[in-house]
Design a protein around this ligand. Structure first.
Ligand code: ADP
Ligand code: MG
Length: 347
């Protein structure tokens, strides 16, 4: 194809065969990934799975041992960080403590030689964007954790990068504030429209925030997709267990419960817990068991049931408590699920 119209736009970020070793440690082991412009993309994985290293290679703070980093269709593999149209928000925010909020936000413009009037105007706009107008004269110590996080965000956005990289941006905040900031971060990203790539080890955060995510394990990507893809159709056993929880059924147990070979995942919330004499809906599969553990968690109750030589987890909504059977340890129950709840795994 030669016409420009027919050629697909190059993705904002493209990683091709990226590898990174530190001595004997293989930090990143062959990553291919494309992130289109304007996406809110999450890199999710356990500690040590290579997320930060991938982010640092996009930013240019690390050089890949092998592979290519393309930004906006251009090979950026050998470019130093300041020549990439990319900015980073670090987990510790790295604000200058001796500067005011206004000075912190203006900093990136000052080092780029932007004049005073323009600096003041753009910093004001950036502070407004993160809803911190009126805080310009404060110093970082006079701010809460969430406010500091937003200053860091304003400071990164003020230079209008094409891509913003965020490494565990909400990691230092307590749960309530983190949930608020998740919503705000998403709103800000929508407002500015630039690509955000954020790293997290928190699966709830990744699922809540992102347009799409990549699940990392031991330096590799196990799956890329939107939240529902990854949750409903995990590509591997690792993803099924890391993103939410799954009952993994294989071998003899899969034979007994599912009449199937191979490895299968069933989400706990897709299993219904019934009394021993309750009618099981037609077309549902069933197994009798005994309650081994009951964990009350406010909105839900998690029940572990010994059945067919294994232990299965089910999650029940407490709002539906009236319809639930006797949930005490040792009580006999029947577990039921539909065939559509069973997801076959590659391994
Ligand atoms: P994550 O961000 O997913 O927790 P990292 O990318 O930080 O993972 O690290 C991946 C692996 O690479 C880990 O085993 C880590 O110890 C190792 N690693 C990262 N940076 C360095 C470094 N500068 N020197 C040596 N090993 C490193
Ligand atoms: Mg990290």
């Amino acid at each position: 194809m030669t016409s420009d119209q027919a050629r697909p736009a190059s993705p904002g970020i493209a990683l091709e065969g990226i590898r990174k070793t530190f001595g004997d440690v293989v930090a990143v082991d062959g990553v291919d990934l494309e992130i289109p412009d304007g996406e809110l993309f999450a890199m999710l994985g356990p500690s040590g799975s290579g997320k930060t290293t991938v982010l640092r290679m996009i930013a240019g703070f690390e050089q890949p041992t092998a592979g290519t980093v393309r930004l906006g269709g251009v090979d950026a593999t050998a470019l130093p960080p300041f020549k990439r149209d990319v900015n980073t928000v670090f987990q510790d925010y790295a604000l200058f403590p001796h500067m005011t909020v206004q000075q912190n936000v203006e900093y990136g413009l000052r080092v780029r030689g932007v004049g005073r009037a323009e600096r003041t105007k753009r910093a004001g706009e950036a502070l407004e964007m993160v809803r911190l107008s009126g805080f310009g004269a404060r110093r970082p110590v006079q701010l809460s954790g969430g406010q500091r996080q937003r200053v860091a965000l304003a400071r990164a956005l003020v230079v209008r990068p094409r891509v913003l990289l965020l490494d565990e941006p909400l990691g230092a905040l307590d749960l309530k504030l983190r949930e608020q900031m998740q919503v705000e971060l998403k709103a800000i990203q929508r407002e500015v429209g630039i690509t955000f790539v954020f790293v997290t080890h928190d699966q709830d955060e990744a699922l809540t925030l992102c347009d799409r995510l990549a699940v990392f394990n031991q330096g590799r990507i196990e799956q890329v997709g939107d939240a529902a893809d990854v949750y409903e159709r995990p590509a591997s056993r690792f993803v099924a267990e890391f993103v939410g929880t799954s009952n993994i059924l294989e071998g003899r147990v899969a034979q007994a419960l599912l009449d199937r070979e191979g490895v299968h995942a069933v989400r706990p919330e897709k299993i219904t817990v019934l009394g021993p004499d309750a009618a099981v809906p037609p077309q549902a599969r069933r197994v009798s068991g005994t309650i081994a553990e009951v964990v009350y968690a406010g909105a839900t109750t998690r029940v572990l049931v010994d059945a067919a030589g294994t232990t299965l987890a089910a999650v029940l909504l407490n709002a539906e408590a009236d319809a639930l059977p006797d949930l005490t340890r040792g009580a006999p129950v029947v577990l039921a699920w539909h065939e559509s709840a069973v997801h076959a795994l590659a391994s």
